[in-house]
Design a protein around this ligand. Structure first.
Ligand code: NAD
Ligand code: A1AUG
Length: 514
């Protein structure tokens, strides 16, 4: 087995890659509008009630319709997953890992098709879609190798006449609930982490991006995953989500999404239901209010570039996005001016056109939420760029910069999840770190500085799960920058890290005398 290395990003300046992407788009356009069933124990189940997935950049274009699980179907899927666990939990870890390796190579072969689907279903510009697909491949490759590392447990000591072992065994049925903003990588990563560790899964993808999840289940089937190990049950969060989270046979929930839904799941999962004989585990990766701090001794061009790219990449719809910049007063005006200039240069439009840096936000609800925050921002800061939006064809919100915002302002505190950045001034570096920490979240952050002592101070005092120096605050890579945050950003599970798989297993000690 070759050592793990992350999947390279595609160079779209090369004509052959451009052509491959266009071919991917043509493939996806060939299957737009199809209907997708639920998958329970390998069986295709079609329901009358359907979820419709639309293209956010052409809001009437249907990507596909997907059957919608009811409580009865969710119950059926739970029974199948529970039964299948008896078999899958006994399958050798090497065989489970092989399914992931094979799935990775199938996706690699269909890489441009998957990225094109992300462009159409989630509104991802080419490079963002390519990164999402690459990350899905990375999760498969990385977790397969991690499982092979953990398959014989960890070394413990034994005394003379004694043989002690410390092994990991799977937990049971896991409910995987995924978000729409990394509809491939996070959906696939959270699913396969549960699967490779010997658990069975009920996957409830986000309702705005269910088609890519269906296509992924087909890949797992092609890779040899037995029926019933992953069951595809899209549905209403409130109805099916609550039912499955509450279910006494649910052993764990792996959730990625907003703070409020994460807290609700955590609370409900803590309730003991009739027939339940365990405490459910909850892995919850939630929102962020992420900050780039700019010191006075810093590469100011790098600072401005980092702010703009981290704030507006994929329209700011990343939990890691830079939604706040805190700049030390000595260099404040210069950096703010450059951020405004760079933002004005950004190109916005349909994501199928590779010349567009930015496209839409995901749907009407997001459009309304973000534009209402822009109105709030107008009362809280100085609007430098943007502040406009257009939903006549798709959900376009223009990149928006507010300067001179007070640290206590709502746009400095609340997750907007759109292309809006608030900039605040700090009198010195210490105050900048203080402002950055003044949030209930703690996901990502970046510091742009040439001052080594300030950098080390931030390393200790900037309280975020992923802290970056002299770069932007998005774009963690599986196996290189394990990802997850503190406080209201979740349980800090560190997806793509060396401890992640253990969250899906329990350790068993055996001690034999001879
Ligand atoms: N920390 C991370 O790693 C990370 C990664 C991506 C996104 N996010 C966060 O996700 C949010 C954006 O994603 P979103 O809008 O899809 O989040 P969301 O919380 O609205 O939805 C996430 C998932 O939860 C489901 N859901 C909704 N209500 C539910 C309920 N009552 N029970 C069970 N499931 C329910 C949704 O259908 C969806 O599948 C942002 O806050 C972002 O910061 C965090
Ligand atoms: N892991 C991604 C963010 C995932 C959440 O949206 C990043 O590092 O930018």
């Amino acid at each position: 087995m070759i050592p793990y290395k992350h999947e390279p990003f595609t160079d779209f300046s090369k004509e052959e890659n451009k052509a491959a992407y266009l071919e991917g788009l043509a493939t996806v356009e060939g299957y737009l509008g199809q209907a997708y069933p639920l998958i329970i124990g390998g069986e295709r189940v079609t329901t009358e009630d359907q979820i419709t997935s639309y293209n956010p950049a052409k809001k009437t274009e249907v990507i596909g319709t997907v059957s919608k699980a009811t409580k009865d179907l969710a119950e059926k899927a739970m029974q199948v997953a529970d039964e299948t666990f008896k078999m899958w939990s006994q399958v050798e870890p090497e065989i489970r890992a092989d399914v992931l390796f094979k799935a990775a190579s199938i996706i690699r072969r269909r890489k441009f098709e998957f990225s094109a689907l992300l462009t159409l279903e989630a509104g991802k510009p080419w490079n963002e879609a390519d990164a999402d697909t690459a990350e899905a491949i990375d999760f498969l490759e990385y977790y397969a190798r991690q499982m092979l590392r953990l398959k014989d447990g960890q070394k413990v000591e034994s005394r003379v006449g004694e043989y002690n072992r410390y092994d990991y065994i799977p937990l049971g049925v896991g409910i995987v609930i995924s978000p729409w903003n990394f509809p491939f990588a996070i959906m696939a990563g959270t699913t396969v982490a549960a699967v490779v560790t010997g658990n069975t899964v009920l996957l409830k993808p986000a309702s705005t991006t269910p088609v890519v999840a269906y296509k992924f289940i087909e890949v797992l089937e092609e890779a040899g995953l037995p029926a019933g190990v992953v069951n595809y049950v899209p549905g209403s969060g409130a109805e099916v989500g609550d039912y499955l989270v509450d279910h006494p046979r649910t052993r764990f929930v792996s959730f990625t999404g907003s703070r409020d839904v994460g807290l609700r799941i955590n609370q409900r999962a803590s309730v003991l239901n009739e027939g339940q004989i365990w405490m459910k585990r909850v892995i919850a990766e939630m929102g962020g209010k992420d900050t780039i701090v700019v010191d006075k001794e810093a590469d100011l061009e790098l600072a401005a570039q980092s702010i703009v790219k981290s704030a507006f990449g994929f329209s700011g719809q990343k939990c890691s996005a830079c939604s706040r910049a805190v700049i030390v007063e000595d260099v404040y005006d210069e950096v703010v001016e450059r951020v405004a200039e760079l933002t004005k240069e950004l190109t916005i439009g349909d994501p199928t056109n590779p010349d567009n840096f930015m496209a839409t936000v995901i749907d009407e609800a997001a459009f309304k939420k973000i534009t209402s925050y822009i109105e709030i921002g107008k009362t809280e800061g100085k609007l430098l760029v943007g502040g406009t939006a257009d939903d006549s064809v798709g959900y376009f919100v223009h990149p928006t910069v507010f300067a001179d915002v007070a640290p206590s302002a709502r746009i400095m505190k609340e997750e907007i999840f759109g292309p809006v950045v608030a900039i605040a001034k700090a009198k010195d570096f210490d105050e900048a770190i203080q402002i950055a920490n003044d949030t209930e979240y703690g996901l990502t952050g970046a510091v742009i500085t040439k001052n080594r002592l300030n950098q080390e101070k931030a390393r200790k005092e900037f309280h975020v799960g992923n802290l970056y120096f002299n770069r932007g605050c998005t774009g963690a890579i599986v196996g290189y920058q394990p990802f997850g945050g503190f406080n209201m950003s979740g349980t800090d599970s560190k997806a793509g890290g060396p401890d992640y798989l253990q969250l899906h297993m329990q350790a068993k000690t055996t001690s034999e005398m001879f």
